[in-house]
Design a protein around this ligand. Structure first.
Ligand code: KG4
Ligand code: ZN
Length: 340
């Protein structure tokens, strides 16, 4: 079974070709074109600009992805596309393109949830994929969730953020520090030079017995600390200490809630998913947690931690095996699409 996948939910245009036989997956091509340089000037992603860029690059990239995989449209068994969640104008470009191609090429079409794609990034480049039940910690720019995956396509949400997402908090703190968008990688670099115990920022909801998260109070607390110390804002040590202490607070909460979920649900594997999975400290802390509880930890290869179409292709492949197709005429992009 060979799948062509399209991802255009935010500011990356991505196309991939993947073939699979049982659980053996071969990624035949994967292209990602980031628009970060364009959106940086605005301090964040401008949806209409993102859509225009997707439109300009998507079709040439589809042609290139097929060429890289050394296949033609006739060799494809199905098309997969991110149907949501994401920015409506951006999503629509990928979805409408996939619908048109599925219709013209007479191929089955598979709508994929972007978050499901992030989870399936851990199936790439590995001979030992996660085992079920798997506990997924999803940490992206728009989502922070703990999800129990009992099998392919079977998800139960155990907890989620009640306000900001973890990635969003990284982006906002970066902005406060005058760092460019996207802030996560910038804050991580700065944090490497700082002392994570220099400031004690709040760790919200740890005393609650649920698996929900909250990062809005932490963000505000960082803002107050910066305001109180305006004179030190240019001081490199102070800035690094703020970044390190903030990052430590986010990771502490993510790790403690994941630990609670492990104890409550005894998963066989832990999956780290979403853009914040690119954070090395989070990856390391999660690996340590897994070792303590004798649970395998699966982190996405760095190349597939951020938005890409290879992960959408894997999710699409397993949905195709379950015959989860949709009539191209009825599919529409859903900016609020949910995993469960
Ligand atoms: O999954 P993703 O690429 O896009 C969404 O689906 O949202 O995630 C992007 C988010 C941004 O908030 C970005 O700042 C964050 O992931 N991020 C990081 C790192 N790399 C990306 N956060 C912390 N540390 C990183 N190294
Ligand atoms: Zn994403």
């Amino acid at each position: 079974m060979r799948i062509l996948a399209i991802e255009s939910s935010c500011d990356e245009t991505a196309v991939a070709v993947l073939s699979g036989q049982g659980d053996v997956l071969t990624l035949e091509s994967s292209l990602v074109r980031s628009q970060i340089d364009i959106h940086q000037a605005y301090g964040g992603v401008v949806p209409e600009v993102a859509a225009r860029e997707h439109l300009a690059y998507l079709f040439p990239m589809i042609t290139q992805a097929l060429a890289d995989a050394q296949v033609s449209a006739a060799d494809l068994d199905a098309l997969a596309v991110t149907a949501g969640p994401g920015l409506a104008p951006a999503l629509r470009v990928g979805v409408e393109a996939a619908k048109a191609l599925a219709w013209a090429w007479h191929k089955p079409l598979i709508p994929v949830c972007h978050l499901e794609g992030h989870i399936y990034a851990t199936w790439l480049d590995t001979l030992t994929p996660p085992q079920f039940p798997a506990l997924a910690l999803i940490v992206s720019g728009g989502h922070t969730e703990l999800v129990l995956m009992r099998g392919h396509g079977s998800f139960e949400r155990l907890g989620e953020t009640i306000d900001d997402a973890a990635g969003e908090a990284f982006d906002k703190v970066a902005k406060m520090l005058g760092l460019p968008y996207p802030g996560g990688p910038q804050v991580e670099q700065l944090a490497k030079l700082g002392n994570p115990t220099a400031f004690s920022f709040p760790r919200a909801l740890l005393d609650k017995s649920n698996l929900d998260f909250s990062f809005a109070g932490l963000k505000t607390s960082v803002l107050y600390k910066l305001r109180e110390n305006e004179a030190s804002l240019a001081d490199a040590k102070f800035r690094a200490d703020i970044a390190a202490s903030f990052q430590e607070a986010v990771i502490d909460v993510l790790i403690k809630k994941t630990k609670r979920a492990i104890v409550e649900h005894s998963p066989k594997s832990i999956i780290l998913a979403g853009g914040v999975a690119a954070n090395t400290s989070l990856r390391t802390r999660l690996q340590t947690l897994g070792a303590e509880h004798q649970v395998d930890v699966h982190v996405p290869p760095f190349a597939y931690a951020l938005d890409n179409a290879a992960m959408i292709a894997v999710a699409g492949y397993y949905r195709a095996l379950a015959q989860n197709f949709i009539d191209p005429l009825v599919l529409s992009a859903n900016p609020n699409l949910d995993l469960v």
